[in-house]
Design a protein around this ligand. Structure first.
Ligand SMILES: NC(=O)c1ccc[n+]([C@@H]2O[C@H](COP(=O)([O-])OP(=O)(O)OC[C@H]3O[C@@H](n4cnc5c(N)ncnc54)[C@H](O)[C@@H]3O)[C@@H](O)[C@H]2O)c1
Length: 309
């Protein structure tokens, strides 16, 4: 049986001192958050910075890449889909942006490490890494094949391990860098037909939170920024057959605007739409059955992709 260690009498003043410091910190951070609601942090300058985006051959990745190129960043795009990548390159170059494209399957760890070395040689140290590539099958757990489940985990979460392990050491050496994870609303809420997908996105959420602590406690508060993005449904083609009573389906350009703005302002967590944050709060403070009843009332449903096609 575990037992809590009771503080000795001599430790009590120390603990009371720490408690006081904690209360001051809590108040300060709360007031800071309120202030930041009114006066957002300013946007950082990314001109000349190397921004690598996985899955930039389509959807939000492409839109995000185009925005960073417009801000004069040196954009590196990775995608398994060569044709998609080429289209992104064309669109960026036609508006005068700088872009480097690599065909990479982010699930193949050796290929990721190889491509990472190539990027470092061709373009330089990556300043901002955006792990965006993702897939979704949308089927009942028992209807999925083993391979489909494995692939969802490989693309949506394992790839983050490979890319971060490839680029974080240089960021640590320079004591500067920014890691961005595109998770999902399904990284906070379970969803019908999304057992595998939601599991992968919850994993990304856990990875991000633990990495933050790891960097703080083991790397002397290294100056590495982290941003995690939780979009709801965005019209990119990734999700078919979605219905909701109240939640709007978002346009990819609007989502990309919010993602880029969040990164430039070094926001820690970005919810798209922003009021999604409230649902997270409700989820954790409500009795579980009330939460399920509320979710049912909203009638936000992801349907089987197979049955939609
Ligand atoms: N669309 C949504 O409703 C939605 C909602 C929440 C979160 N997200 C997340 O946002 C991210 C982007 O989604 P999207 O809607 O723009 O998707 P998308 O399908 O439009 O684009 C995903 C891109 O990832 C690439 N990709 C897939 N597997 C890859 C691999 N193994 N290696 C390299 N590239 C690979 C695809 O080729 C594609 O270009 C994903 O992580 C997704 O899970 C999307």
């Amino acid at each position: 049986m575990r037992s809590a260690t009771m503080p000795s009498l001599t430790e009590i003043p120390l603990i009371l001192g720490e408690l006081l410091v904690l209360l001051v910190k809590l108040l300060f951070f709360f007031l800071e958050a309120c202030y930041r609601l009114v006066v957002p942090p300013s946007r950082k300058d990314v001109a000349g910075k190397v921004v690598l985006i996985t899955g930039a051959g389509h959807g939000m990745g492409r839109c995000t890449a185009k925005r960073f190129a417009k801000l004069q960043a040196r954009v590196v795009i990775w995608d398994i889909n060569e044709a998609g990548n080429s289209r992104t390159v064309k669109e960026i170059q036609s508006s005068g942006g700088e872009v480097y494209a690599y065909t990479v399957d982010v699930t193949k760890k050796e290929k990721v490490y190889e491509a990472a070395e190539k990027v470092k040689k061709d373009v330089g140290k990556v300043d901002i890494l955006i792990n965006n590539a993702g897939i979704l099958v949308g089927e009942l757990l028992l209807e999925l094949t083993d391979d489909q489940i494995q692939r969802v985990m490989n693309v949506n979460v394992m790839a983050h391990f490979w890319t971060i392990r490839a680029f974080l050491p240089d960021m640590l050496s320079a004591n500067e860098g920014h890691l961005v994870a595109i998770s999902s609303a399904a990284g906070y809420f379970g969803k019908n037909f999304l057992v595998d997908y939601s599991a992968s996105k919850f994993a990304v959420t856990g990875m991000d939170e633990s990495l933050e602590l790891e960097l703080m406690k083991n790397y002397d508060n290294a100056n590495i920024k982290l941003t995690i993005v939780h979009p709801y449904i965005v019209k990119t083609g990734l999700v078919h057959g979605y219905t909701s009573r109240f939640m709007p389906i978002l346009e990819e350009d609007d989502a990309a605007d919010t993602i880029v703005d969040g990164i430039l302002r070094n926001r820690r967590k970005v919810f798209i739409p922003s009021d999604l944050r409230l649902s997270v709060v409700f989820k954790y403070i409500m009795p579980h059955k009330s939460y399920l009843a509320l979710a049912d009332f909203f009638k936000s449903e992801t349907c089987s992709q197979g049955k939609q096609d």
